[in-house]
Design a protein around this ligand. Structure first.
Ligand SMILES: O=C(O)CCC(=O)C(=O)O
Length: 313
């Protein structure tokens, strides 16, 4: 209650003018986001600067192996012994996965190929690389203009990371339909596609218009069949991201969504999570930005980075 009141006060100091979104294209995206819960940007598709960032990410996964550990090893899951975890889609703490012997750690890693072969991870996670170009992308002007207009104030960039998703045998958490609960009233996620994506490489799926729908709120996860019963495919509400690299999908993830499991190759997806600002004492940073990267941003972009996320190096 105190937290919510303080949050509202902080938001008041970060209000954006109502006519902030003037260009026609941006206004159309805002309308779509308000009505359907999602919108798509393609201005970066095929841009050489974007291609360079995508290669940087591939290198960070495959050569620098900069992904976070401990990490779930699908190869270590046993159907009978781990039936309880399979049943709850592995919605448990990392500590529990470690204590069950289901993870691999930094010391277990010799090469990228060995990680894939020996541990079969369903997902590898990379913190946002500490380069100004990445921050500039996470706070792309076309996208942030729509975000500010949708929320009515400048939110904070709460999370910034990349995930590489692989084919796997056992669904893990967001492979199932769910609603995000990071914030009750204001939440947007920008999904940045670093690889071409189709149904076989793990499309992202969203139910258009589901943010305000009162159904599917009594459980954490839902199966395809349950969602199909509420939103039959014929109604055209299920939106799947069959998109080229460079696409950004902006979504109110309080609506129903899930990650498709790739059946071949992998997909690299950047995550930018936007929520209302809080007082710094109320939350721990989930990423860090060095001061020179921060200084390289436009003033309008800096407003998204809370002061306790800036490292004075
Ligand atoms: O990776 C995806 O496509 C979905 C991610 C997701 O469900 C989430 O961030 O809540």
């Amino acid at each position: 209650m105190v937290k919510e009141t303080l949050e509202k006060l902080v938001c008041l100091t970060r209000r954006v003018p109502k006519d902030n979104v003037s260009e026609e294209q941006i206004a159309a995206k805002l309308d779509q986001l308000r009505c359907e819960g999602y919108t798509t940007f393609s201005h970066l598709v095929g841009k050489p600067e974007f291609v360079k960032l995508a290669s940087h990410i591939a290198r960070a996964f495959e050569q620098e192996m900069a992904f976070t550990t401990p990490c779930l090893a699908q190869r270590r899951i046993e159907q009978v012994r781990d039936a309880d975890l399979i049943e709850k889609n592995f919605l448990v703490s990392t500590e529990e996965l470690v204590s069950r012997g289901l993870t691999f750690d930094r010391d277990d890693i010799h090469s990228y190929e060995q990680v894939i072969e020996e541990f079969a991870p369903s997902t590898l996670k990379l913190p946002i690389p500490d380069l100004p170009q990445f921050l500039d992308l996470w706070l792309d002007h076309n996208v942030t203009k729509v975000i500010e207009a949708y929320m009515g104030f400048t939110p904070i960039l709460r999370e910034a990371y990349i995930r590489r998703n692989f084919p796997c045998s056992y669904p893990v958490m967001n492979h199932k339909w769910h609603r995000d609960t990071n914030h009750r009233t204001h939440l947007l996620k920008a999904f940045i596609f670093f690889t071409d994506c189709d149904l076989e490489t793990g499309a992202h799926h969203y139910i258009a218009g589901s943010v305000g729908d009162s159904r599917f709120r009594d459980k954490v996860y839902y199966d395809d069949a349950e969602i199909e019963s509420g939103f039959p495919a014929a109604d055209g509400k299920k939106i799947s991201s069959v998109v080229p690299a460079g696409t950004i999908v902006l979504e109110d993830t309080r609506g129903l969504h899930k990650a498709g499991i790739p059946t071949r190759d992998y997909r690299d997806l950047g995550f930018a999570v936007f929520v209302p600002p809080s007082l710094p004492g109320f939350f721990k940073p989930l990423y860090r930005v060095n001061k020179s990267s921060y200084d390289s941003l436009q003033p309008s972009q800096r407003r998204f980075i809370p002061s306790n996320h800036i490292e004075k190096r």
